[in-house]
Design a protein around this ligand. Structure first.
Ligand code: NDP
Ligand code: OXD
Length: 308
């Protein structure tokens, strides 16, 4: 098998060492050292080259190095070329940790206490039980389903919303735009784990924030263009929302003067909620290539009609 990797070089070197161990017969090259372009069968990329099919005329599969595959320009890809996103346990557990951390931080009022600390204020507020806190996850796919498990175990009142109906243990589920309002109206901590598509772009906006109970909080770990920044700042300043934990923004990084940097009710992280972990990712890649070569279906193939 002939593979080219085009993403962060530091992680690429780890992938190369792991591949040499796990698949010694494979050719694995790091962009831009692609060798014979006509021999390349598999491209693993975050941002692929613009002229991908001219560059690699015999490409068989395009793999995203991450869980999202919204970064590709599908208009330039032949319809029959499979595009596969990353599903691997290291990436999933990273997101479970981040969302659990964010929900617990919000549930225990940490943005407020950190602000009080900066101001030298020693003041206690009521502590609420997890059972009285209604957590809601938008997007019940690989990551949304996984983050709900510990939240259910911690005793939170858990809900979830997806495009098509889902049935998850301990989670009340809503589906489709018709049921979005009902889901939002019962959600105190809203977590976005939606893929970026034409339907989800810009959906975290003033209209959606208004449908949450006053004082609700947001965790945004999906994709930057889903969130309207000005609407978030207005919702926080009017106290419609109490706090937000934001991992993804558009653009990334934010400009130096952006309101999010200094906002006391915002915790900002630089798109680190989760990262593909080389060891488990290489195993997942090899498993998918073997499936492809045996004519079996691969795990994580993007459905271009749905957009994710
Ligand atoms: P999946 O494709 O497994 O799940 C997507 C979920 O979103 C599905 O439940 C799907 O519904 C739902 N959905 C999609 N469109 C809509 C819509 N219009 N209305 C309602 N629900 C919708 O994705 P993953 O769980 O693997 O990943 C989710 C996203 O997380 C990624 O696309 C990426 O953007 C983001 N991510 C962020 C990271 C970070 O570090 N911040 C790291 C990794 C991922 P249905 O079940 O009906 O198909
Ligand atoms: C991903 C990401 O999609 O890191 O994996 O955002």
């Amino acid at each position: 098998m002939n593979i080219v990797y085009k993403s962060e070089p530091e992680r690429g070197h780890k992938w190369a060492a792991l591949l040499a161990e796990m698949a010694p017969d494979a050719s694995f090259r790091l962009w831009p050292d692609i060798g014979d372009a006509e021999a390349v069968e598999y491209l693993v990329a975050w941002v692929p080259p613009a002229n991908i099919m001219q560059q690699f005329p015999n490409l068989k599969v395009l793999f995203s190095v991450g869980a999202g595959a919204d970064q590709f320009d599908y208009a330039t890809l032949p319809p029959e070329l499979p595009v596969v996103r990353m599903i691997e346990p290291g990436l999933t557990s990273g997101m479970v940790e981040y969302v659990t951390f964010a929900v617990l931080g919000l549930h225990r009022d940490m943005p407020r206490y950190l602000q009080q600390q900066r101001e030298g204020i020693w003041q206690a507020h009521s502590v609420h039980t997890a059972a009285s806190r209604r957590v809601g996850v938008m997007g019940l796919g690989t990551l949304g389903e996984a983050v709900l498990k510990p939240l259910v175990a911690l005793g939170f009142d858990c809900g979830g919303w997806s495009r098509t109906p889902r049935d998850l243990p301990g989670v009340r589920c809503w589906a489709g735009n018709d049921q979005l309002g009902e889901f939002l109206a019962r959600t105190d901590i809203l977590i976005c784990l939606l893929p970026l598509t034409a339907s989800t772009e810009g959906m975290l906006n003033a209209d959606l924030f208004r449908q949450l109970p006053a004082g609700a909080a947001l965790v945004q770990a999906g994709r930057g263009p889903q969130l309207n920044h000005q609407d978030l700042v207005s919702a926080l300043d009017s106290q419609q929302l109490s706090a937000a934990v934001i991992d993804v923004t558009a653009p990334e990084p934010l400009p130096a003067e952006h309101a999010f940097w200094q906002h006391p009710a915002i915790w900002l992280t630089p798109h680190i909620a989760s990262q593909t972990q080389p060891e488990s990712a290489v195993q997942a890649l090899l498993e998918n290539i073997r499936r492809f070569e045996r004519g079996e279906s691969m795990i994580g193939v993007v459905d271009r009609d749905k957009g994710y």
